[in-house]
Design a protein around this ligand. Structure first.
Ligand code: SF4
Length: 467
């Protein structure tokens, strides 16, 4: 996916004008928050679980390189071939090599944000390989030629009417807006794709260090089919997705499922053990993992940003974010959106590419309160803002304004003068004073007749003393 993060500010009005999309997102996000809250209320020790998960992730990330070595070794013992990719280009090249080695023509793929991040589908299709998305939401947006707009619900921005029209146009079927009929239609098409696929591609929610297994969490069963039906299974894994033990799954699945979809547990939780043993009838003959860095290791150098690597990609911070609810996922211009996207995208793509994203937040802190692994998202957004200012990437007007403010703030006399004169001037002028950009959606309030300093400087008789 080609990033459009640089156009964030320019394209924002067009997203804000899309009322249908905004209504779809607001409705879906509200429902998700309600379901999540109900499930969380069932667990009185929820806060302790968050604390524990955060601590476990911190320990894993502190020793990430050693943990990756152990994970790789344990996966190798299961007969799984593991590669490491420094960046997106290497990850795609490795996947292509695997596909060529096995004479692959058709790939069935389940939902994986990492494959979106590295542009896997476009790369493979350019190389002449067919890639079909098998997650219903991903399949819908693949048909529509769009990008996902949410971490766990890629087609969240689409209403069933829009999906009905899309299926009618692309699959040449009668129009329907009945969710069961639409799902059955997609299932019918996708079953044939599964049966024809030579390779299945999945992501991984967790990689278990002690066992070398990966865990895939889903509701449709398509990821399990991708991992089990074709002869070759390839899993892309972000290097930060490790947890120590199988035992920890109880904790992480409790937090992930309740936070992501408001379920106690998803319909399918698959542990990938490796290639099928000689006596087994089904399962892939070959299993590969590609561990992808793609600038994740750069987070490790930064004590603050390191915390973003705890993310278990539940999407709960999207749902509670008032900015996300109003602008939708596409406005962010890349794969990761909402509060976590605004934190990690400037690091993954480089600060100049995504310098506006950390400002897309009201800093209300709802994201930090919701995050099941206690990432202090609103603090990290502030931290990214500071880095942007320190690297002189903020807007010229803003820089000039702060220079003026700094000069005024150094002298009490100078500091007092503008408050007095701007207020008087604004009362005299027939029109409102306007600040570029800022005044597009706001009006400057009418100044008080008496400034705070004047009020403070008055004695009991109302006489103003010089300040
Ligand atoms: S930052 Fe936290 S709330 Fe947001 S997706 Fe990651 S784990 Fe979920």
């Amino acid at each position: 996916m080609i990033p459009r993060t640089k156009q964030f500010k320019k394209e924002l009005p067009q997203h804000l004008k899309n009322r249908v999309m905004r209504e779809n997102i607001a409705r879906a996000a509200w429902l998700s928050v309600q379901k999540r809250n109900e499930r969380v209320a069932e667990i009185p020790e929820w806060e302790e679980l968050r604390e524990k998960a955060s601590r476990i992730k911190r320990e894993v990330i502190e020793h990430l390189w050693e943990n990756l070595d152990i994970f790789q070794e344990n996966a190798g013992k299961r007969g799984i071939e593991v590669f490491r990719a420094a960046d997106a280009a290497e990850a795609n090249r490795l996947a292509e090599d695997i596909a060529r080695k096995h004479g692959i023509k058709r790939i069935a793929k389940s939902k994986s944000m990492l494959t979106e991040e590295i542009g896997f589908n476009d790369y493979m299709q350019e190389k002449g390989l067919e890639v079909v998305e098998t997650d219903l939401g991903e399949y819908i947006i693949q048909l529509a030629g769009e990008a996902p707009s949410h971490l766990t619900a890629p087609a969240l921005h689409k209403s069933r009417r829009e999906i009905g029209r899309l299926f009618q146009e692309k699959l040449n079927v009668p129009y329907s807006e009945n969710p069961e009929e639409l799902t059955a239609l997609a299932r019918q098409v996708l079953r044939e794709k599964f049966l024809a696929a030579d390779m299945g591609v999945t992501g991984a929610n967790f990689g278990i260090i002690e066992s070398g297994q990966i865990v895939v969490v889903e509701n449709e069963g398509n990821a399990r089919m991708c991992a089990a039906l074709p002869n070759v299974h390839l899993a892309f894994i972000g290097i930060e997705r490790l947890i120590p033990r199988v035992y920890d799954l109880d904790l992480f699945l409790t937090l992930l499922c309740r936070s992501a979809t408001g379920q106690k547990i998803t319909s399918f939780v698959s542990l990938i053990n490796g290639p099928r043993p000689p006596h087994a009838y089904d399962g892939p003959e070959k299993v590969y993992y590609i561990l992808v860095d793609n600038r994740r290791s750069s987070f490790l150098q930064d004590e603050q940003l390191k915390q973003a690597l705890y993310c278990i990609r539940c999407g709960a911070c999207y749902n509670v974010c008032p900015v996300y609810q109003n602008i939708g996922g596409h406005a962010y211009g890349w794969v990761y959106q909402g509060p976590i996207g605004a934190v990690i995208t400037p690091q993954l793509l480089g600060l100049p590419e995504a310098k506006d994203l950390p400002f897309a937040s009201s800093l209300c802190g709802a994201c930090s309160e919701t995050c099941p692994v206690k990432i202090p998202l609103h603090r990290l957004l502030l931290y990214q803002r500071r880095r942007i200012v320190e690297e002189s990437l903020s807007a010229g007007v803003e820089k000039a304004a702060f220079k003026v403010f700094a000069a005024l703030a150094r002298s009490p006399k100078l500091f007092a003068a503008p408050g007095r004169w701007i207020g008087r001037l604004q009362r005299l002028l027939p029109l409102q004073l306007r600040a570029p950009g800022w005044s597009k959606s706001r009006e400057l309030p009418q100044p008080a007749k008496q400034t705070f300093r004047e009020w403070w400087g008055k004695d009991a008789d109302g006489v103003i003393h010089g300040r």
